[in-house]
Design a binder for this molecule. Sequence first.
Ligand SMILES: Cc1cc2nc3c(=O)[nH]c(=O)nc-3n(C[C@H](O)[C@H](O)[C@H](O)COP(=O)(O)O)c2cc1C
Length: 164
Amino acid sequence: MSDSLLGRSLLWETILQKETYPIFRLTYLSQPAKPFTDEDFDDIESKSIAANNARDVTGLLIVHDDRILQILEGREAAVRELYAKIEADRRHTITKLVSTVEDEERLLLTWSMVVRKMTGIPEEISAQYIQLYDELLQAEGESEITIDHIDLCKVISLFGSLPV
Ligand SMILES: Cc1cc2nc3c(=O)[nH]c(=O)nc-3n(C[C@H](O)[C@H](O)[C@H](O)COP(=O)(O)O)c2cc1C
């Protein structure tokens, strides 16, 4: 099955499925070791679709030049196990574990998505992302990821999924 068809059928399964366990949501910030190439994006994207689905992990990955933000949701053990792998990935350095929380519902229904470049995203949205990223990075201790933050990330990924 093509990645696109697999993605659609997994999304439908996730929408139909009711979670029987608490959702653990982890958010981190990182910086690329060097600018990501198309090969890096292809590698991360293709691995994430299959591997995250196998773990029942959904989420969002935003890469805006040197500002990377990822949110992962799923069973706590699955999210922590995946995070350990991502943390060990030398293509980037994690600069901040922003928050780890338990929630009753999954807010991100899709598997991880890679936003390659912010081209085509309104300047205002891009500026909001930079502001959010910098605030989270500078905050002391953990920061709350609010519904507004998640909505901003969703808007970015929607624009990011449009053809440029
Ligand atoms: C910024 C960033 C985000 C990543 N996100 C994921 C992810 O959501 N899921 C995933 O399986 N791998 C992700 N990866 C890739 C993992 O770090 C790792 O390469 C992958 O899990 C394959 O590991 P393995 O070969 O040991 O199985 C990400 C890598 C980077 C640099």
